[in-house]
Design a protein around this ligand. Structure first.
Ligand SMILES: [Zn+2]
Length: 103
C-alpha cells in the first residue's frame, strides 16, 4: 500500500503597506507564499504548485497575485520602499561641529 497525498505550506514573505482593493484603506498587507507539496508516506517530496497572495490585515480580503507581482512587491519591501522606517540620507549624521574660526 502506498500512502500519498499533498501538504500545503504557508510562508509569510513580507508585510507591505498597500491600498486595499476592497476596503480602500492604506493598511498593512501580508504577502504570503502557499506551496503545495506532494507527499509520499507523509514525507514531502516536491512542490506541485506555488501561489502567492496578499491579505489585507484590516478587512481580511485575500487577493492572489502572479509570481512576477509578488517578486516586485518583495523587491519593494526589501528596499524599504513601502514607507516605514526608511533612513533619510543626511539626517542624523555626525556633522563636524566648530568648523568656523571660533575655537
Ligand atoms: Zn482591506
Amino acid at each position: 500500500m502506498i500512502l500519498f497525498g499533498t501538504r500545503t505550506y504557508l510562508q509569510q514573505l513580507a508585510i507591505l503597506t498597500l491600498v486595499c482593493g476592497r476596503c480602500g484603506n492604506p493598511s498593512a498587507h501580508t504577502l504570503r507564499k502557499r506551496v503545495m507539496k506532494f507527499t509520499l508516506f507523509f514525507i514531502p517530496l516536491f512542490p506541485i504548485s506555488t501561489k502567492y497572495a496578499t491579505q489585507c490585515t484590516f478587512c481580511g480580503a485575500e487577493q492572489q497575485v502572479p509570481k512576477e507581482q509578488a517578486d516586485g512587491l518583495l523587491a519593494t519591501a526589501a528596499q524599504g520602499g513601502a514607507g516605514a522606517g526608511q533612513p533619510q540620507p543626511g539626517a542624523g549624521q555626525h556633522a563636524p561641529h566648530g568648523s568656523g574660526p571660533a575655537a
